[in-house]
Design a protein around this ligand. Structure first.
Ligand SMILES: Cc1cc2nc3c(=O)[nH]c(=O)nc-3n(C[C@H](O)[C@H](O)[C@H](O)COP(=O)(O)OP(=O)(O)OC[C@H]3O[C@@H](n4cnc5c(N)ncnc54)[C@H](O)[C@@H]3O)c2cc1C
Length: 542
């Protein structure tokens, strides 16, 4: 083991929660080190293929749990490198949710109104812009036309994509080659670097121990090609630790640290939410698209355009209505989803047993260009619980990149199924009307439910029994440890969560800066945003 280094602030993870903290603390004058378990990949290295060793397999992390699988980012920039950049604010009713605990889940200090100024800051920094109908690709137009035909509404969603730079290449998931997607590699992270922060890729944090005036963070170096191989160990002392390793990782690191730090609050690793997520895939009848919806392209095709365009651009928000009962509110977003899980999990319409292969499945796959995937985000019951941490890392890695099995257990409750069933029925009603399409629901039988929006495994709240963090994001009983990633969000949001995760991180910053000052760090809250020179700087390898 190398000699122990020291820093003022140690940030674990470089996604939304980590990048925002690193930027503000560095901009305020603190010495900041960011440890990130994944590689540092930039636009010139993003590939347009699915080959092993391409950016696609290097930057993703797919962890199969018992009843719930999580897809996330694994690189500098975290989920922002792989995300679809759809960035809506959460509706006001979300903050009033009770879930299953019989009281308001969110801290009294936070409502949509009090979070709005922090949302605004992130929207300005990334930046986020409202998409316009003239920029909507075919898949979004089809979803909008089908909603309109069924008497529903549809809206272009706010997005962190620069449409002037976007080529609609449809490879945004493997990292945007054109820097059109406003990932954290283009704003907060270069801003943090410009203020002297250090970012160290391929450093996987294992656990924390205590020092006289702070914490020691223990890491292992991850092999660049085979993530199952861990090399050297090392440790860094810090007065303040920001946990931002993501919802699937933060509780694992904290639970592994328990023998060294003492008991964790009971909510660490409990109340996990998959953001009520579920997918349906519809196979359209091209003739009906032409005849019923009147859609036609210059080349004579009606749609046949599944492969063309960006991620989610058009959403149906008719059920984001605060007067509806909890668990009956959801949004329906049109989504591009590439081959892979999509082809396996989408089931033949009206099939009785899940089918991975066979004649009917083959016929369905043959028509892949006429597919439209609809993404449900509803209100689940925070029913996920993490079991014992694996020996190292956040999961047992099965393949050299991307795939692992993790300690999360998730058994959907009746409440969760109520939302999913209502949303499934709504999608069927919209898309099968007048023979437009056949809807193929996704099965939960292979990898359980599935989420790209894991939340709440270490959440903020006012009640110590059901929240791991206070409303300043400090870990109860462990002063100086703060959590700013998706795990801090109290529950499902009914919309894509990255903007809310980021707004909460922005909101937490003045308090974290104050805590750092109390521990002797010379830092102030500058309140600036990564703009201008910093935002246009490309990150460099160090
Ligand atoms: C395909 C896909 C599409 C998405 N599209 C959208 C979208 O359109 N809109 C939206 O709002 N959200 C979207 N999301 C979700 C969004 O990416 C996440 O909600 C968001 O990134 C979570 O932020 P975070 O700070 O919690 O963690 P992350 O962004 O996941 O960052 C955590 C970081 O910590 C690192 N890490 C993990 N363990 C360790 C460790 N032990 N040591 C050091 N580092 C570690 C990880 O490698 C990662 O880089 C999408 C996600 C996926 C996978």
């Amino acid at each position: 083991m190398s000699a122990v280094e020291s820093t003022d602030v140690l940030v674990i993870g470089s996604g939304f929660g980590g990048a925002i903290a690193a930027y503000h603390l560095a901009a305020g004058g603190a010495k900041v080190v960011v440890l990130e378990r994944g590689p540092w990949v930039t636009a010139d290295e993003f590939d347009h293929d699915f080959l092993l060793g391409s950016s696609y397999t290097r930057v993703f992390d797919f962890v199969v749990g018992d009843g719930m699988s999580i897809l996330g980012g694994n690189c500098v920039g975290g989920g922002s490198v792989v995300y679809f950049a759809t960035m809506p604010r959460a509706p006001g009713f979300v903050f009033e949710r009770h879930g299953s605990i019989g009281r308001r889940m969110w801290p009294a200090a936070i409502s949509r109104e009090t979070l709005d100024p922090w949302y605004e800051r992130v929207e300005q920094a990334l930046p986020v812009t409202q998409q316009r109908w003239e920029n909507v690709p075919y898949a979004g137009g089809l979803w909008a036309a089908a909603c309109n035909h069924a008497g529903r509404t549809a809206n272009p969603a706010p997005s962190a994509v620069d449409v002037d730079l976007c080529t609609n290449c449809n490879w945004m998931m493997a990292g945007c080659k054109f820097d059109a997607k406003r990932s954290l590699l283009l704003n907060y992270l270069p801003g943090a670097l410009a203020h002297g922060a250090e970012i160290r890729p391929l450093h996987e944090v294992q656990h924390l121990t205590r020092t006289g005036d702070g914490y020691r963070v223990h890491y292992r170096i991850v092999d660049d090609e085979d993530y199952r191989v861990l090399h050297d160990t090392g440790a860094i002392d810090a007065k303040i630790v920001i946990m931002a390793a993501g919802t699937g990782a933060t509780p694992v690191i904290l639970r592994r640290s328990e023998p060294h730090l003492g008991a964790m609050p009971p909510a660490v690793g409990r109340y996990f939410s998959g953001n009520g997520e579920r997918l349906n895939t519809a196979v359209f009848d091209e003739d009906r698209v032409r005849d019923v919806l009147g859609l036609e392209r210059p080349d004579g095709q009606a749609y046949a355009g599944y492969q063309i365009g960006r991620g989610p651009v058009v959403a149906n928000w008719d059920h984001l209505d605060g007067s509806l009962p909890e668990h009956e509110r959801f949004s329906l977003e049109q989504l591009f989803f590439p081959p892979g899980l999509g082809t396996i999990l989408a089931q033949v319409p009206d099939g009785t047993d899940p089918l991975w292969f066979g004649r009917d499945k083959k016929e369905m796959l043959r028509r892949w260009q006429s597919w439209l995937t609809i993404f449900i985000m509803s209100e689940d019951d925070n029913e996920g619980v993490f079991g014992e941490p694996p020996e190292t890392g956040n999961a047992v890695r099965l393949s050299q990149q991307m795939l692992g099995t993790g300690p999360l257990r998730y058994e959907p409750t009746e409440n969760t199924w109520r939302g999913w069933n209502l949303a499934d029925a709504e999608i069927k009603d919209i898309l099968e009307r007048d023979g437009l399409a056949r809807v193929a629901p996704w099965t939960n039988d292979l990898v359980g439910a599935y989420t790209v929006h894991p939340l709440s495994s270490c959440r903020i709240g006012d009640d110590p029994a059901t929240s791991a963090l206070d409303d300043r994001h400090e870990l109860r009983g462990h002063p100086g440890i703060f959590v700013t990633d998706g795990s801090a969000v109290p529950g499902a949001l009914t919309v894509n969560p990255a903007l809310t995760i980021s707004a909460l991180a922005e909101r937490a910053m003045p308090g974290i800066v104050r805590a750092a000052r109390e521990r002797g760090v010379a830092v102030r809250y500058a309140g600036s945003l990564p703009e201008g020179e910093a935002a246009s700087r490309r990150p460099v390898h160090i």
